[in-house]
Design a protein around this ligand. Sequence first.
Ligand SMILES: Nc1ncnc2c1ncn2[C@@H]1O[C@H](COP(=O)(O)OP(=O)(O)OP(=O)(O)O)[C@@H](O)[C@H]1O
Ligand SMILES: [Mg+2]
Length: 258
Amino acid sequence: MNSLIKKFRIKSFKEENPIIELRDLSISYGNRQIVEKLNLNIQKSEISGLLGPNGAGKSTIYHSIIGLVKPTYGKIIIDGVDATNIPTHQRCSKFGISWCPQYGGAWSDLTVYDNLMAIAELHIKNKNERLTKVDNLLRKFELQNVIKLKSKYLSGGQNRKLILAMAMVKNTKILILDEPFAALDPQSVRMIQQIIVSLQMFERISVSISDHSSRDLLGCVDSAMVLSEGEIIAKGTPQELVRNNKAIEAYFGEGFKI
Ligand SMILES: Nc1ncnc2c1ncn2[C@@H]1O[C@H](COP(=O)(O)OP(=O)(O)OP(=O)(O)O)[C@@H](O)[C@H]1O
Ligand SMILES: [Mg+2]
């Protein structure tokens, strides 16, 4: 299946054409520096992976891109515009950013259907379009059997699918997925990989994925990078990255294969 997914690759990404540029980005929580003068690019229409050990700062970087965490230094450039000081809601609508958070993301006392509908009401004015979109997502993410269940009663994987479906309600240009594969069974992982690849192919969206299911991640990205101790220590195609000694030492460990 991974080879099937890779067979769909539509182009190689040799030229730099960043949709997101983090320039000399520093972020601290209190006195604790999480990243210092980090430079990182996410290329337009590319599916890119962000790997790194627990606590390396991956979610923090995503939070800064969305605007939930304010950097202490540096700039966040999105689609050529300095977005560092643009508030979250404006940033996400202006640049078409959707985010699947690592934790939370759904209203626990709302049903699956109402969670999706609540997001749809924010983004889709036309009622018929809204109903169609929600129906399609319920089908795509195989959530039809649990539409009436409050999200707090969903299984781990069902909950993950709901969060992903919610991230895909609006038309997106940049999709940020923080651990999309966590808690998913193997067939659901393939389903999500295919959704991500088809979004890139047919809608040309740019995607950044962070996940510790490294094989699943590397099975659907064009390139990936490894963040360690606040720095990007390795980047390249999946094949290049798993052979990179710094990436092996800091993240994959010896003997990791894809
Ligand atoms: N709001 C916060 N206040 C204080 N410290 C925080 C906060 N959020 C994260 N941290 C700390 O920042 C560091 C980076 O956390 P982050 O969640 O970005 O890591 P991560 O790379 O996403 O890890 P994981 O792979 O476990 O998800 C960790 O040491 C974490 O404890
Ligand atoms: Mg994280």
